[in-house]
Design a protein around this ligand. Structure first.
Ligand code: VTB
Length: 338
């Protein structure tokens, strides 16, 4: 039986009462993603996705194990039999601290990193135990917008044209002045056609839809108003955790198009295959989120290696206070990064 089988999906409608995670942990999370990002960045542009990913996993795990938490990985590198480290169900931390669930992607955008293209990240999110969706490693259809829109502006069950019309109306611009971020995949041919027919612009990205979703939260900086399309479900939960902190709206639906996927999802506690998850269904309660740029991106710079320091750029956020911190860190103690 795999680790995933052992876990019970908590009914998120019976969420635990809102308690606040120790705010010191927010800063601790920055250390975790900084360390993973530096390890991956040493291998960026080398064309070896696996090596960069492994370096990020090793680094993230060792830093995570120093945290004063009783942590459990709920979104990780895969199930125990396929992932030797940071597998789903792995316990992390010193155990002297709060019981938390952790969603992580030590290197989100391995291909981007291998090619040294924009927006690969080291990412982690933390919530009180039982507050994060145990999403199986399947695809998820997603739609997301940033903060400032009236509730109900987006609806995954509506055609893209209707969503874009509502976003444009609420933003006070023409549909042709919106930009949608979509992953460049053959499966999106119809979606791309439908969006183009509205006159909206599309930014096609090769990978990295956690960044794609986060970019909707700051259209002035990124030029992206809405994220649409199908990517990984684990990445959906990570993105939802980020959006919980920044504000915004997101919906996702698992794509369970084979009996095997339905069975896997069932084992992880998903009883309604067609359920549309909103942001809080994916990450509820007090949520902490951190991401450090590995390669240069629209919001975060990549790691810089200098003679006397390593420089990292991280965003850390906390849902209960809605604080968003950007940390440009100059690490002079380069030894610790190996
Ligand atoms: C998705 C996306 C990720 O990989 O999981 C994608 O969410 C995998 O989708 O951000 P494909 O099978 O179409 O490649 C990423 O792009 C990178 O991990």
């Amino acid at each position: 039986m795999s680790a995933g089988n052992l876990m019970q999906q908590k009914d998120l409608s019976q969420r635990v009462p809102h308690r606040v995670l120790d705010r010191v942990l927010t800063m601790e999370l920055a250390r975790v993603t900084e360390r993973a990002a530096v390890a991956a960045a040493r291998l960026r542009g080398h064309g070896d996705e696996k090596a960069a990913d492994q370096a990020a996993v090793d680094a993230m795990r060792s830093e995570l194990n120093m945290l004063p938490i009783d942590g459990r990985v709920v979104i990780g590198e895969g199930e125990r039999d396929e992932a030797p480290m940071l597998y789903i169900g792995e316990e992390v931390g010193t155990k002297n601290g709060p019981a938390v669930d952790i969603a992580l992607d030590p290197l989100e955008g391995t291909t981007i990193c291998a090619k040294n293209l924009p927006n690969s990240l080291a990412v982690i999110a933390m919530a009180e135990r039982g507050n994060m969706l145990y999403a199986p490693d399947v695809y998820m259809d997603k739609i997301a917008i940033g903060p400032g829109y009236p509730d109900g502006t987006i609806d995954l069950t509506d055609p893209p044209a209707e969503n874009l019309a509502r976003v444009a109306d609420a933003k006070g611009v023409k549909v042709s002045e919106l930009t949608a971020c979509i992953m460049d995949r053959p499966r999106h041919a119809k979606l791309i056609e439908e969006v183009r027919a509205t006159g909206a612009a599309i930014r096609l990205i090769g990978d990295g839809d956690v960044a794609g979703v986060i970019h909707t939260t700051d259209p002035l900086q990124t030029g992206i108003d809405i994220y649409l399309g199908i990517g990984g479900a684990p990445e959906g939960v990570l993105a939802a955790a980020a959006l919980r902190c920044t504000g915004g709206q997101m919906q996702g639906r698992l794509i369970l198009n084979t009996l095997e996927k339905v069975a896997r999802a069932r084992r992880m506690g998903v009883d309604d295959e067609n359920r549309i998850y909103d942001m809080a269904d994916m990450a509820s309660g007090d949520v902490l989120f951190a991401a450090t740029g590995v390669t240069d991106g629209n919001m975060l710079s990549g790691v810089r290696f200098m003679r006397e320091a390593i420089v990292t750029h991280t965003v850390v956020m906390r849902s209960s206070s809605r604080t968003i911190r950007e940390i440009k860190a100059t690490h002079k103690d380069m030894e610790k990064f190996g």
